[in-house]
Design a binder for this molecule. Structure first.
Ligand code: SF4
Ligand code: SF4
Length: 422
């Protein structure tokens, strides 16, 4: 709907101005004023369409302060798609005024080209290695690797695989969480699923969030062309954000091939539970964990019971639910960098909820949330690891009756080891 004023109007007209969204909006709860809630964003979008308001700095500030977490959408009695309205407003602002120079350079000159993205990751890794910190928010910058995951991945050729899947790693697994990428490959191999790693690009979510529809279209075209050539049954991802974005290509660009592509996309947890059913595990992992629901997984794709089913199936592991497990952690892609103070306030509530569980580890299904939570835990002096669901699952597909411990898992997964106090 992003190009469509009629569709935007349809959403606006469904808003009864009841204000229920105030109860769930993390931004409103921290900022505390009417401009920061969904209802105001709906009315602002309307004023812009009716020509009563220009795309002023204040207008953009309010639209850009939305996390796109969809808490208001699922809570709204009329199901108003506030997230889509916010995206529409950002896109209109870009269409009328263009992108700011730095954003434009990153989105159009780096994100679209893998070799430039790789160079960017190398520069970031080199900078981080110096130990220099010009600002506190740099702690949220990616702990980048110098080589993309695809170059280091171990993929076994199976004799008679039951399915052929493409693994869409996403930028975070490609440049940050290599160990999770390998865990995905290992678990799929144990389930007799042949994996291929076709050429792939950023899913386009950073461009969508910035209102850059031109870059979104370009990245979607490249991903669909490259991955569909592989002739796979499914396209699997371990990133909640990428998964939602790839599934939405079909709605954004309704051509047959794109729809076919989107219909094949599955989050790894959904794939394991519904498409193949996981094999019995052999190891035991006595561990108490808590689970954070990523917005893009729970509200974006309706996936929340699947990771819990996987965790429940791990021998010895117990899940201690945190309060507000599906409340946004404040990450929202680059939101933590652009709105550091607000993001940290939202994160603090998440960290307190984690702390209250007394869990030995945090599990989640989105690398962006993982990075944010890792940062928040460290800031609060809580040294427990944050993992992907599949990181844990891969551990119990090991030698028969192996009894694993948290430190050994941390060592294998290159995670923060717990200290004596935790
Ligand atoms: S967006 Fe939904 S919850 Fe918020 S004021 Fe409008 S109708 Fe009410
Ligand atoms: S999407 Fe999230 S941050 Fe944005 S208005 Fe709705 S509840 Fe608030």
């Amino acid at each position: 709907m992003n190009d469509d004023v009629g569709a935007a109007k349809y959403q606006i007209n469904r808003c009864s101005k009841c204000g229920s969204c105030r109860e769930v909006c993390p931004v409103f709860s921290e900022m505390g004023g009417e401009p920061w809630v969904a209802r105001a964003r709906v009315q602002l979008a309307n004023a812009a369409i009716e020509g009563q308001l220009g795309f002023s700095r204040r207008f953009k500030e309010i639209m850009e302060s939305c996390l796109l977490c969809k808490a208001c959408v699922t809570h709204c009695p009329n199901g108003v798609r506030v997230d889509k309205l916010v995206l529409w407003a950002r896109q209109e602002a870009v269409r009328k005024q263009g992108l700011p120079f730095i954003k434009k350079s990153i989105l159009r000159n780096v994100l679209r080209y893998n070799h430039r993205l790789e160079l960017f990751a190398r520069v970031l890794a080199a900078y981080r290695a110096t130990g220099l910190r010009l600002s506190k928010r740099e702690g949220l910058l990616l702990p980048a690797r110098t080589a993309p995951f695809g170059r280091l991945a171990h993929i076994k050729k199976l004799e008679k695989p039951s399915l052929l899947v493409a693994y869409f790693t996403g930028c975070m697994t490609r440049y940050v969480y290599h160990q999770t990428g390998q865990a995905v490959l290992d678990v799929l191999e144990k389930n007799n699923v042949q994996v291929v790693l076709p050429g792939q690009y950023c899913c386009g979510m950073p461009a969508l969030a910035a209102g850059d529809s031109q870059t979104v279209r370009e990245l979607a075209r490249r991903n669909v062309e490259s991955i569909m050539k592989a002739g796979v049954d499914y396209i699997i991802t371990d990133c909640a954000t990428c998964g939602e974005m790839l599934k939405n290509y079909g709605e954004m660009f309704p051509e047959d091939t794109v729809r076919d592509f989107s219909n094949r996309v599955q989050d790894i947890s959904f794939f394991l539970v519904h498409t193949i059913g996981t094999l019995p595990k052999t190891g035991e992992l006595p561990l108490v964990v808590t689970y954070h629901d990523p917005c893009h997984l729970k509200r974006g794709q309706g996936i929340w019971s699947e990771p819990r089913k996987i965790l429940a199936g791990i021998p010895g592991l117990s899940l201690k639910e945190m309060a507000e497990s599906d409340r946004c952690c404040g990450s929202a892609g680059s939101f933590g960098l652009t709105h550091y103070d607000l993001s940290m306030k939202i994160l603090r509530r998440k960290i307190e909820n984690i702390r209250a569980t007394g869990a030995q580890a945090v599990v989640t299904g989105c690398p962006s949330c993982r990075l944010q939570i890792e940062y928040g835990l460290k800031e609060e002096g809580i040294f427990i690891p944050v993992m992907h669901t599949v990181d844990l699952l891969s551990q119990v597909y090991g030698p028969a009756n192996a009894s694993l411990s948290l430190p050994s898992v941390c060592q294998r997964q290159e995670l923060v080891a717990p200290t004596a106090n935790n």
